[in-house]
Design a protein. Structure first.
Length: 341
């Protein structure tokens, strides 16, 4: 199937995190048929009864190309014009899946073996699929992870800390606030203290950033609120333990700070001949390594349109990525052979 056609077919299968079953079944059928024709194997890696990763290999895998099947909400279907394909997941990361599969087909056509494809669930929330894959490695020496890096090999990516900040209070009639205890005011005080925390910087990855993503709480304007919650995401450039300690000290006794996700910042090697960049987002790589080998991060498309209603991928860039993924795989296979010579 042409990469444009495959991209649109994948985009049109809604796969918001925890609802990846349909796209997983599609990819498993596609890769099982390809493997049957070309001497490979394909399988499902069960994550939950209704969710699974899809893995295929040709020979003993030295190099594995990997990305994720899930998307963020809201779903919207594909469309295209002469230059771009549009729709949820076009660049993050269903176009990348299509490019990786097309690259695999090119490698197979030229007799190249010893590589695999790994497509996981849950990257957009908690890396659940990567966690399962990390417990079932296949001996790969190198991992090429796909995310929208504007077709440059990333030299580093930020880590992430996600928290829930939970404040508790006591309900009362708002005409008698002295009889209650406002959870919202506690939460606001905690968030104000958090915003004053000095965050680390790194010469390569830049500044640590913090986003207060959601705030909820209260029952009615005339009731003193007994509960309130905020959700935070911190983009790490250094040791997460330092940031964690600083945030907990800032919150103090005002509220409970509950860690939801922690993934470290990563620095990657370059590949000679490939342009490089630095990215501020987080990937599945910290979970997949070292089990799946030394990581490289590359993908077509821009993170600036991912997670937006303008998500798209350039047709020209998508086709170029097919060649780049195949070239990266050959380069790393050659590097492994030279190492063993």
């Amino acid at each position: 199937m042409h990469p444009f056609e495959l991209t649109r077919a994948l985009v049109d299968l809604e796969s918001i995190t925890e609802n990846e079953k349909a796209v997983g079944e599609y990819l498993l059928r596609y890769l099982s048929a390809l493997a049957l024709r070309t001497g490979g194997t394909a399988e499902a890696m069960v994550v939950t009864p209704d969710r699974f990763n899809v893995y295929a290999e040709w020979g003993t895998p030295t190099v594995v190309l990997s990305t994720h099947m899930d998307t963020v909400p809201p779903f919207f279907p594909s469309s295209e014009d002469d230059e771009n394909i549009y729709g949820r997941g076009t660049c993050d990361a269903k176009g990348i899946i299509a490019a990786m599969i097309a690259a695999a087909e090119k490698l197979i056509e030229t007799g190249t073996r010893n590589f695999g494809l790994l497509f996981v669930v849950g990257e957009e929330r908690n890396s659940a699929g990567a966690e399962v894959a990390s417990r079932s490695p296949r001996g790969a020496r190198y991992l090429i992870n796909g995310e929208p890096t504007e077709s440059k090999v990333a030299l580093g990516s930020k880590g992430i800390l996600r928290y829930e900040i939970i404040a508790k209070g006591k309900m009362a009639h708002s005409a008698y606030p002295e009889l209650g205890d406002s959870a919202i005011e506690k939460l606001l005080d905690a968030l104000s203290a958090i915003r004053r925390v000095r965050l680390p910087e790194d010469p390569v990855l830049g500044k640590t950033t913090l986003n207060i993503g959601t705030i909820s709480g209260g029952r009615a304007p005339n009731i003193i609120p007994d509960a309130a919650k905020a959700e935070l995401a911190v983009r790490l450039v250094s040791d997460g333990r330092v940031v964690d300690q600083a945030l907990r000290e800032a919150v103090g006794a005002r509220a409970e700070i509950r860690e939801v996700l922690s993934l470290p910042a990563m620095h990657f090697a370059s590949l000679e001949g490939f342009p490089t960049s630095i990215v501020a987002f987080t990937t599945d790589i910290p979970v997949l390594v070292p089990a799946w080998g030394e990581p490289f991060l590359f993908g077509p498309g821009s993170i600036h349109v991912a997670h937006t209603t303008q998500e798209k991928i350039s047709k020209q860039e998508l086709l170029a990525a097919v060649e780049t993924y195949a070239q990266m795989a050959r380069t790393l296979l050659g590097k492994a052979e030279a190492h063993h010579a």
